[in-house]
Design a protein around this ligand. Structure first.
Ligand code: ACO
Length: 335
């Protein structure tokens, strides 16, 4: 059996920086509240006057990842695209990438697993490579949250957290033993689906009903989050996913060189860091400048950590995420 390893990484965030103080123009909030509860100082929100969309940002990140892998778009065998904010209700973002990058008619798959989206996407790509079916898989996580948030005081508990951006990785076939993706671990618990969800645009509320009601107070078109409930589950499930990944490879927490947690809330990441007794140089966070970019968060953080020289050959890198679904998981990588 083959192994898969990351051969190229790339990320893209919109230029438009929105600070916590900028948000005060639309809602009753404060820099102090946001920083104290989440660690976020600013986020990127797409300027609607620009060309950026979920697919366009994904393509920008993908171009960099393919180039860094030393490949061309024609070397890619399959696309896996993770997002909760596709440009269209259907089809998904993967086919847009295939078209925008002018690729051959390769397969393109969309992953709908929200904050765990990139973990799921990497796991899917890894399986295709391990079985020998594909050689190079392009994995993208991209989100345009700003287009769908309630930016009034009514939606402030959710909207201050989320940011836009994209990241991409090329996973390639490798025959090096014990290197690359060692294992991935995926979980779900659908009974909590409505604790963090966007209920409006669905077949449960279909177009004729929307047109008929035209109700400006219908908040089901904005994301809903039971924040404290989600927080409590996040800290438990993050830890479980990391422990499971380490145990599967006969590793201990002391073996971790770099933990990249999904950037949901700096307080969650700090809780996990303390629990696993990891020093500051072994956990990478960038939520301070990007907020929570959902399916893009882990891959943007991984790319930045790598570019900043914080990940070296042979390091044990642990990726972990938790989010809406609930879904959660981890990926264990020997770099
Ligand atoms: N500015 C000022 N005040 C605010 C804001 C804001 N932006 N938002 C809420 N408040 C107020 C509330 O109105 C409330 O006031 P009250 O006590 O007078 O009623 C108070 O602050 C506390 O509100 P909570 O919603 O209870 O705030 P909480 O302490 O839970 O923090 C937060 C909210 C940051 C969202 C936190 O719950 C959290 O991080 N949860 C987990 C998020 C997460 O992990 N998500 C998973 C990934 S996301 C995905 O999968 C898509």
């Amino acid at each position: 059996m083959y192994n898969s390893k990351i051969t190229g990484l790339g990320h893209y965030v919109p230029e438009n920086v929105v600070t916590n103080n900028d948000l005060k123009e639309f809602m009753d909030t404060s820099d102090e509240w946001i920083q104290e509860r989440t660690g976020i100082k600013e986020r990127r929100w797409i300027d609607p006057k620009t060309e950026d969309t979920t697919a366009v940002m994904g393509v920008k990140a993908a171009r960099i990842a393919i180039e860094k892998a030393g490949l061309t778009k024609d070397d890619i065998d399959f696309i896996v695209f993770a997002t909760l904010s596709p440009d269209m209700y259907f089809p998904g973002g993967g086919v847009q990438v295939q078209e925008m990058l002018d690729m051959p008619t390769i397969g393109a798959l969309d992953i709908r697993n929200q904050c765990s989206g990139f973990i799921y996407a990497m796991s899917v790509a890894d399986q295709f490579i391990k079985t020998g079916m594909y050689k190079n898989v392009l994995v993208i996580g991209s989100e345009n949250h700003s287009g769908g948030l309630d930016k009034s005081t009514r939606g402030r508990n959710v909207s201050v957290i989320f940011g836009d951006g994209a990241g991409a990785a090329v996973l390639s076939r490798s025959e090096e033993e014990g290197k690359g993706i060692l294992s991935s671990h995926l979980h779900s618990e659908g009974k909590h689906a409505k604790e963090l969800a966007l209920l409006g645009p669905s077949t449960g509320k279909w177009v004729p009903e929307i047109l008929e009601k035209n109700d400006p107070d219908d908040v089901s078109y904005f994301p809903y989050m039971n924040g404290q409930f989600v927080f409590k589950h996040a800290v438990t499930r993050f830890s479980e996913a990391i422990i499971e990944g380490l145990a599967a490879n006969n590793l201990q927490k002391e073996d971790i060189s770099m933990l990249i947690p999904h950037q949901a809330n700096l307080r969650i990441a700090q809780f996990i860091q303390k629990k696993f007794q990891l020093s500051d140089d072994k956990v990478f966070n960038n939520i301070q400048k990007y907020g929570n970019t959902t399916a893009a968060s882990v891959i943007i953080a991984l790319t930045e950590a790598f570019e900043e020289g914080k990940i070296k050959d042979n390091d044990l890198v642990v990726l972990a995420a938790f989010g809406s679904g609930f879904t959660w998981g981890s990926v264990i990588i020997r770099w």
